[in-house]
Design a protein around this ligand. Sequence first.
Ligand code: MG
Length: 395
Amino acid sequence: MRISAIVLAAGAGRRFRSTAGKRFKLLKAFYPLKSRPMFLYSLDILSASKEICEIILAVPSQWVGRIRRRFLGKKYSPKVSAVVRGGKARTDSCQSAFKRLDPKSTHVLIHDAARPLLSSKALAKLVSVAKKYDGAILGKRVVPTIKQTDRSRSIKLTVSRENMWEAETPQIFKRGLLEKAFAQYKKNPAPILDDAALCEPLGAKIKIVENPTPNVKITTFSDLRLAEKILANGASERWGIGFDVHRLVPNRKFMLGGVRITGKFGALGHSDGDALLHAVTDALLGAAGLGDIGDWFPDTNKRYRGVPSSIFLKRALRSVKELGLAPVHLDTIVHLERPKLKQFKEKIRSRLASLLSMRKSQVNIKAKTHEGLGSIGKAKAVAAEAVITLGMENG
Ligand code: MG
């Protein structure tokens, strides 16, 4: 299965604009949600899925240039392969994105950029169901009692909730099915409510996958506030601690936090001996309940001899994200007599932030000497401690 994802960010956001008042200056999907543009949350989740090979973003025509410059092939979202001009109607945007699909992709996933809370768990479930059918969409059982009225709001009918679902995105379809659906639409371009509705008349077998996680569609400004609250709730779910110590010896490279430290000594170790990255990796694994670095990357394994420790951290981060979690804060202490860490601190901070897909402001480095006491004080060893906080993956 090879999925091309289409992320729709071309909506005018009229209701959002009217409820946001003067605050609204941006396109809705680019409005900051906890100080990050809303659409980046979806891009993160989609990018992390191994089945998704590319992401095509549909935005209003006046935004295409700006978004291309900022987000195409950049560190934010390496899987974005194209930014296309969206149309007035949802299906028009989908069609213009469809033209740019990777010829090898077998399935197409369509997602609203205005649903930033999509969880990787829900996405993984959707993808696995989509393998067995013509298509699959996320949804929730209808819980409220639904009344149908006439125009004067007189109740005509209480609708049975049985087998009633609220449709969400993402929605995944076989590529050929969507192609046929678009051809039908061309003949009769009636407005449709979602992408499944386009495929349903073709007799396709499309399943609903129940999504237990919040997947709010940001329509009004208060939806944005609600999403912020949901993100904040997940922010301090789990903590993990990590510690590591390495001997300092001559003629070894000295790596700390993925940064080369210049000096006479380097850290002895099976890998590159990066005590700080090992401590952070352990903290990450610990917070997610995934054991420790020795379980994952034993120093008896020749594969890890001399490797950069960033590969351990990246691997651990991937597993943490698969659990629907992501780091929201990291604090560290490096115990080192010399060289003085001061000149390297900012560089280490940036490097750790980038390795963990965090902002620099979420990462802190503290350095301590041991006043000449013990092996660290005598500059025979370096030690590092880390405390990491994990929140829900979108946090
Ligand atoms: Mg170590």
